[in-house]
Ligand binder design. Structure first.
Ligand code: AP5
Ligand code: MG
Length: 207
């Protein structure tokens, strides 16, 4: 299975991607995570990406496409993969179609009014787990690995506004792009919990 997970910032892409990858035994590839690992490692890509991520803008298309193209050549993706946060522009979608044959684009539709609280309340762990302060009961460490949780640098109100703006201008048109190819499925998240959203996602993927 070769999937794209599409959705606004805070739609729950990462939350669902972890579950989907585990259940369907496919590789989770998040361009956001790749950029953050490069920033942490002080690489040239990381230095370039940081200025765009801090401003809530897209990292240049060519750089991002090269990273994904290279990643999809690794052996571990032969059994399938899930692209979380890629493509994010029509240019990226056109490029992707030149080097990959995607089965489905799964669009997570979230109420925009929920996004700011979800993102600004998010706490993440270096192991990849993500939480919301409202469910942590004051705990500051990861339930899975015990490491200290932290807040992503781009999870502040000003950057979130810019990320939403970028999403609406650059990424939302991909909904029509994949619908026109008969490759779009939308899951409306409403006020469903992550487990309830996952059940709806599985119903789509099991078809
Ligand atoms: P990226 O890391 O992809 O960030 P994003 O798209 O802004 O999305 P988030 O990771 O913030 O949200 P999510 O949808 O994963 O939600 P999550 O599951 O964590 O990208 C970061 C930056 O990198 C971009 O701004 C850009 O600069 C750059 N970049 C990345 N890809 C790029 C590309 N292709 N091209 C160019 N630049 C690129 O959930 C959020 C919160 O909500 C959590 O607290 C979670 O616990 C909670 N939550 C989740 N589901 C539910 C639910 N059902 N009910 C209640 N709470 C929930
Ligand atoms: Mg994410």
């Amino acid at each position: 299975m070769k999937l794209i997970l599409l959705g606004a910032p805070g739609a729950g892409k990462g939350t669902q991607a972890t579950r989907i990858a585990a259940k369907y035994n496919i590789v989770h590839i998040s361009t956001g995570d790749i950029f953050r690992a490069n920033i942490k490692g002080g690489t040239e890509i990381g230095k370039l990406a940081k200025s765009y991520i801090d401003a809530g803008k897209l990292v240049p298309d060519e750089v991002t496409c090269d990273i994904v193209k290279d990643r999809l050549n690794w052996d571990d993706v032969k059994g399938g993969y899930l692209l979380d946060g890629f493509p994010r522009s029509l240019f990226q979608a056109e490029e992707l179609s030149k080097f990959a044959d995607i089965d489905l684009c799964l669009n997570l539709e979230v109420d925009p009014a929920l996004i700011m609280d979800r993102i600004c309340g998010r706490r993440v762990c270096a192991c990849g787990e993500s939480y919301h302060v409202s469910t942590l009961g004051g705990k500051t460490t990861c339930a899975k690995c015990g490491k200290e949780l932290y807040t992503r640098e781009d999870d502040n109100p000003e950057t979130v506004k810019a990320r939403l703006d970028t999403y609406n201008k650059m990424t939302a048109p991909l909904i029509d792009f994949y619908a026109a190819k008969n490759k779009l499925a939308t899951v409306v998240c409403g006020t469903k919990t992550p487990d309830e959203v996952f059940e709806a996602v599985c119903r789509v993927l099991d078809k």
